[in-house]
Ligand binder design. Structure first.
Ligand SMILES: Cc1cc2nc3c(=O)[nH]c(=O)nc-3n(C[C@H](O)[C@H](O)[C@H](O)COP(=O)(O)O)c2cc1C
Length: 109
């Protein structure tokens, strides 16, 4: 299927595994869908997104560094903490643009 989609020029595959189907038996654990993103990426050459219990900034960064996916998506972690990307940037020492309205919260003074 992914190969057919690649031929039709789609841009990216977000690799989930059918959790909305009650009969699907999906072993869940940290990064449990990453191998699917990695395989689709390798076999089609399409950019893929990895999602599924990616909760730690370093875990997310490693997925990208190891060429397992081109982008990391978060679902529940972002629902729990909408500021996850700002915290992750701080943990990883990355400089990101803060919303203008938040600028005064960037430092303690
Ligand atoms: C509110 C919500 C909606 C979702 N909708 C879909 C969907 O429409 N199709 C799908 O394949 N997965 C859907 N998922 C599953 C996510 O793509 C993802 O595989 C799953 O939440 C695991 O990632 P997480 O641990 O970051 O939450 C949804 C998850 C959430 C929390």
């Amino acid at each position: 299927m992914a190969k057919l989609l690649a031929e039709r020029g789609i841009d990216l595959i977000d690799t989930s595994t059918g959790g909305n189907n009650p009969s699907a038996d999906i072993p869940v654990g940290p990064g449990y869908q990453v191998p699917f993103a990695e395989r689709i990426r390798a076999e089609t050459g399409l950019p893929t997104g990895a999602v599924g219990m990616i909760t730690d900034p370093r875990q997310a960064e490693e997925i990208l560094e190891n060429d397992q996916a081109d982008v990391v998506f978060l679902a529940r972690a972002l629902l729990r903490d909408p500021h996850w990307p700002l915290r992750a940037a701080n943990t990883l020492g990355a400089e990101v643009h803060w919303p203008t309205q938040y600028a005064r919260a960037k430092t303690w003074h």
